[in-house]
Design a protein around this ligand. Structure first.
Ligand code: PLP
Length: 284
């Protein structure tokens, strides 16, 4: 693979970052994941807006212009001949040359990394057709989940819990209510109404979430932004998750209980179609 590191395109084996990099020592970095379908970038502008929001929230410099980010994404798609896949982008507070809790001085350059992951047929994944099964686990993450930091140890542990339980993913629960999935936003549908947790510091403000809710409202579907319990989700007609890499993916089982018919729900599948169709229209 050809990857991007601080303005250079390099073979992945030659892209090296310091052991003092703040992302390595302190998880002091933020990231974005953009999907590529047919060589085009989905929801690119939304991901860039959130990147800048994450950087601002952590008082981190933004090292590149919007045009630079776009150019680098397109260059990586081309250099790696990506048709379908993902682009990972990370900006860290850089390398202060030593370990210290206090932020380094402003002349420390952020470290910018981008790389591709080729995923042929990303939009026709088996998970979308079969639906996924989830378990619930306590949400033990920090309390600024709206900032997309590289601090992913707890979601990683939760994912391993799910694997150990023989299912696909975990839904995180705090004070009795679902916050979100390990790497996606969580929804239920009851009586035709789409229910998903309202935006706050408790969840990541999903770019796919924003698009899906907009398309749902445009299609005259009812949307309610509020939290829900696992019990309510188990009694729902349908459930699904959204993320840049999963688009809209039906959830068919929660903690061993089948949702609705136990098959991917019709509305969730319809939302997936609408999302793919509409976001491809504006893909870059
Ligand atoms: N919630 C969490 C915790 C995530 O990690 C992600 C994506 O990585 C999402 C939600 C979905 O966000 P997006 O739709 O912007 O990919």
């Amino acid at each position: 693979r050809t990857v991007y590191l601080n303005g250079e395109y390099l073979p992945e084996t030659e892209a090296k970052v310091s052991i003092f990099d703040r992302a390595f020592l302190m998880a002091d970095g933020v990231y974005e994941v953009v999907s590529v379908l047919g060589g085009k970038l989905l929801d690119f502008d939304g991901h860039l807006v959130r990147l800048k929001r994450s950087l601002d929230a952590l008082a981190m410099q933004n090292p590149l212009s919007d045009a630079d980010y776009l150019e680098a994404h397109r260059a990586l798609v081309e250099k790696n001949a990506i048709t379908d896949g993902l682009i990972y982008l990370q900006v860290s507070r850089g390398n202060p040359g030593d370990r210290d809790f206090a932020f380094p001085s402003d002349d420390t350059q952020p470290t910018v990394v981008m790389f591709t992951q080729s995923k042929p047929g990303l939009a026709d994944s088996p998970a979308a057709k079969a639906g996924i099964r989830v378990i619930s686990v306590p949400d033990q993450r920090w309390h600024r989940r709206d900032i997309k930091t590289v601090q992913l140890l707890y979601p990683s542990l939760a994912k391993m819990e799910a694997k150990k339980a023989g299912v696909d993913d975990a839904w995180l629960v705090e004070e009795g209510k679902v916050t979100e999935g390990t790497s996606n936003n969580a929804y239920i549908i009851k009586g035709g109404k789409i229910i998903t947790r309202e935006l706050s510091h408790d969840i990541l403000h999903g770019i796919t979430r924003a698009a899906v809710l907009r398309f749902a409202r445009e299609a005259q579907m009812a949307v309610e932004e509020r939290s829900f319990t696992i019990e309510e989700a188990q009694g729902a007609d349908e459930a699904f998750v959204t993320s840049a890499s999963a688009f809209v993916t039906p959830v068919i089982e929660i903690d061993g209980k089948a949702i609705g018919t136990g098959k991917p729900g019709a509305l969730a599948l319809r939302l997936r179609e609408i999302y793919l169709e509409e976001s491809l229209k504006n893909a870059r």
